[in-house]
Ligand binder design. Structure first.
Ligand code: SAM
Length: 341
């Protein structure tokens, strides 16, 4: 039986035949490739929502910080020091150590003493905080971070674990791996072993060892167009399929590294169903050792798609969560929590 990867060629035929003159006109007004806008109409169902999404991609995202309790026991101390520098910060209601920057201060956030001392991690959008919160590792977990660099989520998980337990943080890219090491050092993280290797080899090296795993997958970044406008035109459908194939291999390897009963959190900074629901569906279809479970987040996120251009997706996929810039005020993001059986 052909799987979800093969179904992407049917999807592509249907995308092409859905490119109407209205799609072309809107794509040209906002500077996008037409096939992208045709997909947004399929995902969101109404032109009103599509235009809201495209307008949201035109707006800057506020920066945010996560105060690092591994360096500063009292998070209030870091907040007060930033206030002295002129910053105004508002707490993020669902992450107790994080703040949105509502007014900039006199010194850039990446150059304050507090930053250099590892007092906080700097984010370009709040959605990056979601995967560690959703996976919620504790000091008794053995965690795999299968795509870790530059370490935003590794250092966040280390903090949630109170510096106890173990994280194996893997990334294949030499430059990014260097940035990961620098961040681990700056943030005073001591429960992380960092390995520069291809995550697809992790099950061969470790077997089923981890109680929890995060795969914050390499993706086309179709959720972070606010941060990089070149993404409006640089991704072809073939690029999406290539990303999907790599994600499937990485997700399979991540699932194979986790003990029965353990959890895997799959995330992307993309709203592309090809990299999100189709990746999860392909892995679900080829393995009866994994199921999608609800994400324990008290946030009004959107469910995963049940169907895309006439291709039905497995039931469980609706339990995944989509984050949209126009609905949630964050970068576009996708989250899926899987339990290994
Ligand atoms: N989780 C990171 C964070 O929060 O800072 C961001 C990860 S980024 C979205 C995806 C990462 O996957 C990139 O750093 C890339 O180098 C890495 N990557 C790509 N292919 C890989 C592979 N085969 N094995 C391990 N890492 C890989």
């Amino acid at each position: 039986m052909p799987g979800y990867t093969e179904a992407l060629s049917t999807v592509w035929d249907r995308i092409r035949s859905s490119i109407s003159s209205r799609v072309e006109e809107v794509a040209s007004t906002y500077g996008y490739l037409s096939y992208m806008v045709a997909r947004y109409l399929e995902i969101l169902s109404s032109w009103e929502d599509v235009l809201e999404l495209l307008n949201a991609f035109e707006r800057e995202l506020p920066r945010s910080i996560r105060v690092n309790t591994l360096r500063f026991r009292n998070p209030g101390e870091v907040v007060e020091r930033l206030q002295v520098l002129g910053y105004a910060l508002t707490p993020v209601p669902w992450e107790r150590y994080s703040y949105t920057v509502v007014k900039p201060g006199r010194v850039p956030l990446g150059a304050t003493h507090e930053f250099l001392l590892g007092g906080y991690y700097l984010y370009r959008g709040l959605a990056s905080l979601l995967p560690p919160v959703a996976l919620n590792p504790t000091g008794s977990d053995r965690v795999l971070d299968a795509a870790a660099a530059p370490g935003g989520k590794t250092t966040h998980m280390a903090q949630l674990m109170g510096g106890r337990g173990l994280i194996v943080a893997v990334d294949v890219d030499r430059e990014r791996f260097r940035a990961l090491r620098t961040n681990l050092e700056r943030m005073g993280v001591e429960n992380v072993v960092a390995l520069r290797m291809d995550s697809r080899l992790v099950p061969k090296v470790f077997g089923r060892f981890f109680t929890k795993a995060l795969l914050d997958a390499p993706c086309t970044g179709e959720g972070i167009i606010q941060l990089d406008r070149s993404r409006k035109v640089k991704t072809s459908f073939e690029d999406l399929v290539r990303a999907h194939r790599l994600q499937v291999e990485l997700l399979r390897a991540t699932v194979e590294s986790v003990v029965p009963g353990g959890l895997v959190l799959y995330s992307t900074c993309s709203i592309a169903p090809e990299e999100d629901e189709f990746t999860v569906a392909e892995v679900l279809e080829s393995s009866d050792r994994v199921e999608v479970v609800d994400i324990p987040l008290e946030l009004d996120l959107m469910p995963g798609l049940g169907e895309y251009f006439g291709v039905g997706l497995p039931d469980g996929v609706r339990r995944c969560r989509r984050v949209y810039p126009h609905k949630h005020g964050m970068e576009g993001f996708f989250l899926c929590l899987l339990r290994v059986l």
